[in-house]
Design a protein around this ligand. Sequence first.
Ligand code: FO1
Ligand code: CA
Length: 328
Amino acid sequence: MGGARFLQGLLHGIGNGTLPGVAADAEVTVVANTADDWWIHGLKVCPDLDTVMYTLGDGIDPERGWGRRDETWSAKEELAAYGVEPTWFGLGDRDIATHLVRTQMLDAGYPLSQVTQALCRRWLDPVWGRGVRLLPMTDDRVETHVAVADADSPSGRRVVHFQEYWVRLRAEVPAEAVVFVGLDDAKPGPGVVEAITGADLVVLPPSNPVVSVGTILGVPGLRDALVSGPAPVVGLSPIVGGTHVRGMAQQMLTSIGVEVSAAGVGLHYGARSAGGVLDGWLVDERDAADVERLRAAGIGCAAVPLMMTDHDATAAMAAAAVDLVAPK
Ligand code: FO1
Ligand code: CA
């Protein structure tokens, strides 16, 4: 959701010509996390791809931040009436159409990247022409699983899919471990490496550094493409004033031993000059005290307002991010 909302502001800024040095017809390629994906009721659901697709295509429910606007829930009610589990994960009637198309195409043998391209023809082409592309990080099956304490289990632990941790458990119980099943064997999706190595600028949006950006960087080859590519890499902190803005990053950061602060996340990504990925890291004004620590680590840094209250505010964040790594 953070990534999708940021993209809206970024595209707004590009269209308005308010991003320094960025042409109004600049092309944007979005590489999306697919490790939140899962199979439910026989359907393949890809929350992050769909959140980006619906948000940019103006089909998202603005209050929930996921799923379709003007949604109805008849299928969900009918499934509950049959006593079919899980009842805690809701597929809306309109949203189900997307999953039906996707699942049928996957069953017919198309890779997820081609399925996504087909779905995006409806949502992105009418709005953004061919100027915005949405690429899954990989066509391979990768799933984030989370180990939580379970006194009833002989091992004292239980492993649940990310969606169960996020939606049913609301990320409120400590994550003892986060496992990205299939990630080590995944190959970058078609066009992903080329998008990174051919880019003029790479932006890491204010998304979850562990289960969103972290999984993408974990696809073998992607981190190298970023580090060795010619484009500056700039990120925006998802942690503002020592806490997540929206979403539930704390447990995930704590589980991998990263300090929950703007500096903690920036240092976790690391300076490109020191084996990390970042040239620049934008933090919120409230975290201005972190700037020196980040600069000392070799990361270009500035503190600006980082609240995505509307498209203009978000476009201003994007402009500040671009400015941070622009050749001076
Ligand atoms: N989030 C919820 O909190 N409850 C749901 O029932 C739910 C259903 C759902 C269905 C399709 C979809 O694309 C997303 C959905 N989400 C739901 C959001 C999703 O679980 C997470 O917010 C993301 O995976 C985190 O990025
Ligand atoms: Ca996600």
